[in-house]
Design a protein. Structure first.
Length: 133
């Protein structure tokens, strides 16, 4: 295994942490009115918006990867079903089982066990049923 491949996960994690800090700093620098408007736009309370920081790769990497492997297009869902996608990101950001999800994704095991830990499993099931064939 090359040094580059060993360091890649660490680089991604550091990059994600820096992006989260930058986003949170921007959010905390916003006025109360701007925070209320942003929160309203994404369907959260102002307090809920301020507490949405996520330090794991669930919403940004794992959820889109799972959707794609199940035959759903995350980019399309993000545009066509914006509220649903945002809700799924919010739920994923609060997930405590993200490590299990990451292991499953790394092993290509997309469905087995998903219903035992993924809080988005019912929504994903519904999206799969509703998708055009």
């Amino acid at each position: 295994m090359s040094g580059n491949s060993v360091l890649s996960p660490l680089r991604r994690r550091i990059r994600r942490a820096l992006e989260n800090r930058r986003s949170l700093a921007e959010l905390h620098g916003a006025t109360a009115g701007e925070i209320r408007q942003i929160a309203q736009d994404v369907g959260l309370s102002a307090q809920g918006l301020l507490s949405t920081g996520c330090s794991h790769p669930g919403p940004s990497e794992l959820m889109p990867q799972r959707l794609e492997k199940l035959g759903l297009d995350p980019s399309y869902l993000k545009v066509a079903l914006t509220a649903t996608y945002r809700d799924m990101e919010r739920v994923c950001a609060t997930c405590k089982a993200w490590r299990q999800c990451a292991r499953d994704m790394a092993h290509g095991d997309v469905e087995t066990g998903m219903h035992s830990y993924c809080l988005n499993a019912p929504t994903i099931d519904a999206l799969m049923v509703e998708r055009p064939k």
